[in-house]
Design a protein around this ligand. Sequence first.
Ligand code: HEC
Length: 293
Amino acid sequence: MRHAIPAWIRIPVIFLIIVGGMEYFIDSGDQFAFIEYPMLQLVLLFILLLLISAEIVLAAFENILFKSLSPEAKEKYMAANEKRMEKYDLKKIYRKLMGTRPISEERDLELDHNYDGIKELDNKLPPWWLYSFYVSIVFAAGYMAYYHLLDGDSQVMEFEQEMAAAQEAIKEYKKNAPDLIDAESVVALTDPAELEKGASIYQTNCMACHAADGGGGIGPNLTDEHWILGGGIKNIFHTVSEGGRSGKGMVAWKSTLSPTEIQQVSSYVLSLQGTTPANPKEAEGDVWTADSE
Ligand code: HEC
């Protein structure tokens, strides 16, 4: 017998095997290969059409062969074919899975009690349910062994691992994108060239209110140890990028300056610490030490 499996099963199975093989052998990162390389969609479509046409050609051949058979041989062939196809009769498969019995057998199933006219049938559990139940028992045993006896990762551990991996990825990303400095990740620059850039940003944008030497004016003195909004590079970076208390005059500079520029000017402001300006404004705010953060 040429083929034992009907075409409507064979074509999808062969097709899926080809798609699976493609995914396995073609390196396409996290994406499906046929999404990464749209050309493959055409190839797959072509393969599918090829499979279908092969089936049609084979069926035609079979038809010709069949016609050439003697009447007895035809009959035999038909009978064999019918028997073979029985396995794939969807209705039959469905009935088997549901475990239903025909109405004509109900009399045998009836239990001999009767509650106000309500009778009960002694149906078997439907096989689909029963076997799913068995599968779940086997699964539970495997689950139990993996997660509770061996040390499979618990949900909490998996969560923590994923979070750690994500933190790693963020770090990696920020490394390659220096302009993503924020108040959390910023460090004070000490490189003279960077401070030089900071100084020129300061002269352009900040001098008007904080004085050229940082002694203060409309804005507070930046050379003393007193800070209204907190000292240290992180607080200063935050103040410069987000601005001071509303209505005081210190705007958020993040729309004007890039994070790198804010880092440079903040570092410059820090470098003014301890210098003696010409006209120092009286101290405002509290003395800031590293551990008052
Ligand atoms: C229009 C005037 C003005 C300009 C321009 C200005 N500032 Fe300010 N700045 C202020 C005022 C007013 C405050 C006080 C804010 C508060 O009290 O909330 C302040 C506060 C600060 C503080 C916090 C001081 C503390 O004691 O906590 C820093 C740091 C600062 N400015 C840096 C800068 C830098 C850097 C620039 C330039 C990019 C700049 N400022 C431009 C007016 C200004």
